[in-house]
Design a protein. Sequence first.
Length: 431
Amino acid sequence: MTAPLLLVLGMLLVTLAGGVWVGVALMSIGIVALEAFRDMRVDRFLAGDIWSSATAVELVTLPLFILMGEILFHTRLSENLFKGLSPWTRWLPGRLVHVNVLGCTLFAAVSGSSAATTATVGRITLQELLGRGYDRRLAVGSLAGAGTLGFLIPPSIPMIVYGVVADASILELFMAGLVPGLCLALMFMGYIAFRAWMDPTLVPPREPAIPLAEALRALLQLVPIAFLICFIMGSLYFGFASITEAAAIGVLGALLVALAQRTLTLRGMWGALLGTVKTCSMIGLIIVGALFLSKAMARLGLPADVANVIQGWGLHPYMLIFVLLLFYLALGCILDGLSAIVMTLPVTLPLAVAAGFDPIWFGVFLIITIEMAQITPPVGFNLFVIQGLTRENIFRIAGYAWPFCVIMMVFTGLITLFPQIVTALPTSLRG
């Protein structure tokens, strides 16, 4: 193992264990490594790199999609989702628990954030489900698992970050995440139905049937979110708008929904703007630090060294993916998923491409792994969100969510064996 690599790994352990901000830690490690092993003007290199990273055109989409999610958080979409979906899930095994999955799937299509999806859907559904006597483990676990779909179903904030760092098409990443996201939602619903079928005590007695006319009227509650999804994804897929224009369209649509529901107040708008600034500042610092460290590592030749070592092991491509899955699962226990991606991508992406995997496919694979990190303690953000809603111990919530984490592991195996699940839609888009 080379001296630069030892220095980088040692500083990573020290800074992250010491609680240093991830972006600052990554930037400082790059500076120290270049100063120690390269004779160059690091200050000029750093300044130029920060400017080019922070002004990347692709990053314009980030604050727009975040602002859209913040505005929608202050609307009545969560209530609309429950009222619109509950009449149609009463006949399924597991009944209203499916509202967690369907609600998170729909809200993920207009949010881009896993935590925002979990918080928005959970603040209504948990109260309703637990109050009606549904099993606590199934209700809380399904929310934790389904909430992670906010990262996979477009528009997705981590996909934007991956696209910037990996220099991949964000539009193709969005299209690639759509089918896997829907497949995962169906697998979650299948598990809920199976559990309820095996143990009927997990759900309360069946409620009286709702007349068809009333159930159809309830669908009107879903019109605002359907309008937004068509507004955003339709303009993208049919080529009416670029990814940045679609983000702006999304903000306009969120404002129209908030105005129509009369939930747009000056205080709420100020809160949405402030939340957007805070989130963008945090993500921006991580991106700048990660991109600088990746370029510093490239100057030192570290990615090539690590790749040569791993290639020397002679791993089969499937075994390499399995090792990377375990690696990201372990990393997700101590780091948030976004930081894990940007820190490791300069090394893991070349390995995956050399093994024959498509960069777009690998992006979806990474998103699923950080979805798992969202519900693994001690640094699982979805666990913190649900803890705020239920006041339960974070490790108990993780136990409730564990079956859904296993489902995601199984799904990574499926997309590895059948990559067309991920690549079919982006391929049709290119055509």
